[in-house]
Design a protein around this ligand. Structure first.
Ligand code: SF4
Ligand code: SF4
Ligand code: FES
Length: 230
């Protein structure tokens, strides 16, 4: 199978280039396995990966033009040549490795943890099964960044628009019956950029490897904003 892989080494002084590789693939091979085999041919190729099971979120790549996790992408389903690039809209550190600082800055800004003013309960914060169910489709995010880096609104305003991953997490805590910071969370997202730059293009939904729906979460935040703030 033929692969074309984006290469860039800032220390070499060379411009980025696409490098061709040939690989004998085997049934059931995922793109991450293929990259590991290619690395046996050429140890200078650099990419991130860890769990190999769609859990750690470290191997988001742009594969034939669409973001996906290398470890969950069967090579047999890919059109040849398989073109592998770093996810778009992020500074490239080297080859397929991008700088995720901006992504995690937005994540931290939405305060992705419970904020509770009441005195701490003696044993635990309680939640009914129905309240817990409201977090389904929100808590499963693995922060791979496939959604945010496929979002045109993020490409245009990477420092101002929070992006679908961070907004999904913002809503995850708004939807949590134990959290008491709704007003503060909504206020943080007010203004023309952080939330409202989403134009419902839905690229984020189409690429999420966990089948989550950031667009729905964003719309829910917009509805809460109208209800709670005006
Ligand atoms: S729906 Fe919103 S967040 Fe998702 S890709 Fe489109 S503009 Fe970006
Ligand atoms: S919402 Fe989906 S695509 Fe976005 S970071 Fe979470 S798991 Fe990845
Ligand atoms: S290697 Fe962990 S999600 Fe792919």
């Amino acid at each position: 199978m033929r692969f074309q892989i984006y290469r860039y080494d800032p220390e070499s002084g060379q411009k980025p280039w696409m490098q061709e590789y040939e690989l004998e693939t085997r049934p059931g091979m995922m793109l991450r396995d293929a990259l590991l085999k290619i690395k046996e041919q050429d140890e200078t190729l650099v990419f991130r990966h860890s769990c190999g099971e769609g859990v750690c979120g470290s191997d988001a790549l742009n594969i034939n033009g669409t973001n996906a996790l290398g470890c969950l992408t069967p090579v047999a389903e890919l059109k040849e040549p398989v073109v592998v690039r770093p996810v778009p809209g992020m500074p490239v550190i080297r080859d397929l490795v991008v700088d995720m600082d901006q992504f995690f800055e937005h994540y931290r800004a939405v305060k992705p943890y419970l904020i509770v003013d009441d005195p701490e309960p003696e044993v635990e914060y309680r939640q009914t099964p129905q309240e817990r169910e409201k977090l389904d489709g929100l808590y499963e995010c693995i922060l791979c960044g496939c959604c945010t880096t496929q979002c045109p609104s993020f490409w245009w305003n990477p420092d101002k628009f929070r992006g679908p991953a961070a907004l999904l997490q913002a809503y995850r805590f708004m939807a949590d019956s134990r959290d008491q910071a709704m007003a503060q969370r909504l206020e943080e997202l007010d203004g023309p950029y952080r939330l409202f730059r989403c134009h419902t293009i839905m690229n984020c939904v189409n690429v999420c490897p966990k089948g989550l729906n950031p667009t729905e979460a964003i719309n829910n935040i917009k509805k809460l904003m109208v209800k709670e703030m005006f």
